[in-house]
Design a protein around this ligand. Structure first.
Ligand code: NDP
Ligand code: 8X3
Length: 250
């Protein structure tokens, strides 16, 4: 059975993906910073499959590398990497942006993704086998007002996804990006620093994507025959036509 390492597995898209892949009997490595949630999910999924947890902040280069290279034998061969951990921090015009928010987004969404990838990819290259899914966003494809730095980090994920695919092509490793529009997760609560009312407003008046929708797509991408690599996939709710055009009567 294949082993999947999922970053950002404590919430939203990552957690839903862990559930779907556990149902399909993939062995799962759950990563995140919130230990209580990791343990809770491990307990839930262990009824279906083998689960291991890794507690790290993706910004901590040494901890990321030590944790992944120190995995127990049963989990050491990672077949699938889901680079999902990430968030937006703030939604401000550039002149009002908080450099702490910029650092967080750049360090987590770009550098963190790279650190995890650096820990996983050499094994895939050695085995000439693997599948990497990078979670971008519609913000990887277009920029919207006040989205400046978050959009920049997701444009970077898009570029890294393309670069990875080129560099790993010689080794038969599949690499693809999935770019969701608005998904109802804890994303907006994090973006607005715990302001639940403001976060709820983002999804008001229409049916947004649910994390399970993205998890199902990830499962679909992973289950294609080996010769099929879904390289780049944009998915929005029916109500959404672009980052800024949302039909709030649907
Ligand atoms: P959530 O806030 O629900 O989940 C974010 C996950 O990322 C959590 O599990 C969190 O775990 C983890 N994470 C955040 N910061 C760190 C860190 N420093 N180190 C390790 N893990 C971290 O949001 P989503 O599920 O929506 O987001 C998942 C991905 O999907 C992100 O990359 C996001 O940009 C992207 N996305 C989201 C969309 C949306 O509308 N929701 C749309 C398009 C893309 P913990 O806090 O335990 O560390
Ligand atoms: C998350 C979707 O529109 O908030 O990436 O950027 S959006």
């Amino acid at each position: 059975m294949k082993t999947a390492l999922i970053t950002g597995a404590t919430s939203g898209i990552g957690r839903a993906t862990a559930r779907v892949l556990a149902q399909q009997q993939y062995k799962i490595i759950l990563c995140g910073r919130r230990e209580d949630r990791l343990m809770e999910l491990k307990e839930e999924l262990s009824a279906m499959t083998s689960v291991h947890t890794l507690l790290f902040d993706v910004r901590d280069k040494k901890n990321v590398l030590d944790s992944i290279t120190g995995l127990p034998e049963d989990f050491a061969i990672i077949d699938i990497l889901i680079n999902n951990a990430g968030n937006a921090h703030g939604l401000d015009p550039i002149q009002n942006g908080d450099p702490e928010d910029w650092d967080a987004m750049i360090d987590i969404n770009i550098k963190g993704l790279l650190y995890v990838s650096k820990a996983v990819i050499p094994g895939m290259v050695e085995r000439k086998s693997g599948h990497i899914i990078n979670i971008g966003s519609t913000a990887a494809k277009e920029v919207y007002p006040n989205g400046n730095v978050y959009c920049a980090t997701k444009h970077a994920v898009d570029a890294i996804n393309q670069g990875m695919r080129m560099d790993l092509n010689a080794y038969g490793i599949r690499v693809g990006g999935i770019h969701p529009g608005m998904v109802a997760t804890e994303f907006s609560e994090v973006r607005f620093k715990g302001d639940a009312a403001r976060a709820a407003n983002v999804y008001k008046g229409f049916t947004p994507l649910q994390p399970e929708d993205i998890a199902d797509i990830i499962q679909f991408v992973l289950s294609r025959p080996y010769h099929v690599n879904i390289a780049d996939l944009v998915v929005m709710s029916t109500a959404q036509a672009s980052s800024t055009i949302v039909n709030r009567s649907l």
